[in-house]
Write a protein that binds this ligand. Structure first.
Ligand SMILES: [Zn+2]
Length: 289
């Protein structure tokens, strides 16, 4: 049994105890997101973590391109395809960073990023997508980890193109905490479902690969202010992996009239009731978030 598997088993025991003790079994029942899932393997919450938060890892110092070799664990599974195809898909040993996009933000990893990447690997070995996310909740008064959530990509399993590691992890954390805002969690929030002794806490997000535009936005909508990722969009787009997020980022920067050449048509329609919802929202009693 691997270290991660042992962790999962212990987490399941904690999950069972926590569910019983907080009396909120409905909060993490099997159909939490409208899908059948196994909380032992699909999403994991470590409810009672208590350890100093390491914070941002040290900057990565690269003296020059010829002096630097990125660390790699040597893990390379046996190819499940004919040899002539397998030779075209060798294991990649370093991140692809062809532009200045990552200049100034390159840092070393830590246990949370390692956990996210290991979970992504496990997802693939179970037939799922190669992405995973860990959200860590931190006590603002003493900078200690209170609890954390792990989730991976569920697109194929749930037949849901929006079920990325980040979105499912955010949903899980928000649902269990009972809050919309993971960037500023107040003890006096009457909707808070999980125990909190400090006045405020916040969450950081670790994801095994650079977030797609949807997940970047989901993270920002959750008011998470610190995002760590490992693999780049260029790694995700590599031959044989073929998850191309980069064109989506580029598409968002274009005016709508320039997007049909990318195969997408967007139209702005004029309707007499188009502002009814906004007017009702700002003048009514809806919960503001
Ligand atoms: Zn995504």
């Amino acid at each position: 049994m691997s270290r991660l598997d042992r962790l999962k088993v212990s987490l399941m025991a904690l999950l069972t105890v926590a569910l019983t003790s907080v009396g909120s079994a409905n909060a993490v029942e099997k159909k939490m997101f409208g899908y059948e899932y196994n909380p032992a393997t699909d999403q994991v919450t470590h409810y009672d973590a208590d350890e100093p938060y390491v914070g941002a890892p040290e900057p990565l110092v690269i003296k020059d391109a010829f002096d630097y070799l990125q660390p790699w664990n040597g893990r390379c599974i046996e190819a499940k395809m004919p040899a002539d195809k397998a030779k075209l898909l060798p294991c990649q040993t370093s991140n692809i960073k062809p532009t200045m996009k990552y200049h100034g933000i390159q840092i070393k990893g830590n246990k949370w990023m390692h956990l996210a990447c290991d979970e992504a690997f496990k997802s693939v070995m179970n037939g799922g997508g190669p992405f995973s996310t860990v959200i860590v909740q931190i006590d603002d008064s003493n900078n200690r980890v209170m609890r954390y959530w792990i989730s991976h990509n569920h697109v194929t399993e749930w037949v849901d193109p929006t079920a990325h590691g980040e979105t499912t992890c955010i949903k899980q954390a928000c649902k269990e905490l009972g809050v919309f805002d993971l960037g500023h969690i107040r003890k006096d929030n009457p909707n808070l479902k999980l125990p909190q002794t400090c006045e405020t806490s916040h969450c950081d997000l670790y994801t095994s690969a650079e977030p797609c535009p949807m997940c970047y936005s989901a993270t920002r909508w959750a008011h998470i202010n610190t995002i760590y990722f490992a693999a780049t969009v260029y790694d995700a787009a590599a031959q044989g992996v073929n998850f191309g997020d980069e064109p989506q980022y580029a598409e968002l920067s274009l005016n709508y009239e320039d997007r049909p050449r990318l195969g997408v048509k967007c139209y702005q329609c004029t309707e007499d009731n188009s502002l009814d919802a906004f007017n009702a929202y700002k003048r009514g009693g809806s919960i503001k978030y």
